[in-house]
Design a protein around this ligand. Sequence first.
Ligand code: ATP
Length: 453
Amino acid sequence: MTAAHKILIVDDDPSILEVLDARLSASNFKVLKAKDAAGAEQILREHKGIDLLVSDIKMPGKSGIELFTDIRKFLPNLPVIFLTAYGTIPDAVDAMKLGAADYISKPFDGLELIKKINTMMALRGTGVGAGPMPLVESGFYWGKSAAMKHLYTMVKKVAVTQVNVLILGESGVGKECIAGCIHRNSPRQTQPYMVVDCGSTPAGILESELFGHLKGSFTHAVKDKIGLMQAADSGTLFLDEIGNISHDMQCRLLRFLEDKKIRQVGAVKEISVDCRVIAATNADLSQAIEEGNFRQDLYYRLKGITLTIPPLRERKEDIYPLASFFADRYAQTQGIERLRISDAAIKVLEEHSWPGNIRELKNTIEAGAVLCQNQTIEPWDLQIETIRENAVMTSDLLDSQAFSIEQSEKDTIIRALKKSRGVQKDAADLLGISKRAIHYKVRKYDIDPTAYK
Ligand SMILES: Nc1ncnc2c1ncn2[C@@H]1O[C@H](COP(=O)(O)OP(=O)(O)OP(=O)(O)O)[C@@H](O)[C@H]1O
């Protein structure tokens, strides 16, 4: 099949042209060559049906990036892979932001290049990476804000490449969801997707989790164990809370990102692993670098492309659509026909600052759905600390004289106990609090759960 694919290579170094020609021809590609940008442009104008351009960045005369910008005017969809020497990686990354397909560092591994090209050719015409923004994709609600539309475009562009991605954003904005979305839209979608929570895994355990270990390499290593990096071979590795890893782990990770090889704990031999790395953090990495807590070189390796997810309070227009999405989803799981959110409740939702972002909104709506009556979520069903007073203002159902935060909490507990027929454990589940917490509150407010059986 690949026999028909025509690839144009441009490099001012004749030996690189020769090596590439030999490699690509051996893999059944038809190769055309140019020694500078002007020659490449001429070939592209004269020959129809060139499928891919592989271009050096630094060349006498026009650079590869200038060539790329020029040919985009008459061949907007031609995929371009850049060959980068040390020092031109930032240029290649910038070019990818403009739409270049990928880059590969010199001295390059011929096999890696062929693999990238094959993937790209296989993706042509499949529609991966194209199309208008869907409202919901695999349970992820994109929203309506301009910020999310921009993020969507970035995600789709980045997904089809092999570049490492760093996802930034506050806790609960959806970083892990976006990482999954990148994997699902990538050429690696049928390969493994491994998630590692670097934040909550103790340093010693993280090393063996990621790299694996050999039997006997430490006290509890009773058998050989494959690490998650190796398990993610050919697929994607998502490193969550990357800002929290130890200095030692930073060194090991950097070495892996540079040569794509790992050594299991206790092993002598290195193993090659081909996994794409997506990392995420809610920490301020620039500050961590300034304070000497995070390696700058690792930061640059991880942030091939950076995607920043804005907090919910900066895209207020997404609050109501997201809230009703979660309400509909809850109604569906419970077999309820429809769950409404009253205008007063919408106002309260839109005025809240959502420090816990979408996670907090989702939990609030789900708790509200449990607590509400007549299938309508009202302000007093929303367990947001700051809304209790607003609820008094907006509700003419409540007796303002008797209202206080404590009274509201007591009422909420009583309603949960009524729903759970006095079973404290079930009421605690409904409220999203522990058994201990409900026992404490029942005592504190002098509630008799048996009264609701
Ligand atoms: N746009 C969205 N649509 C639907 N659900 C979402 C969306 N964004 C986030 N969520 C939900 O919110 C919760 C938090 O999302 P996620 O774990 O991706 O956030 P995060 O930024 O990685 O958080 P943390 O930094 O705390 O790990 C999850 O339950 C997720 O399903």
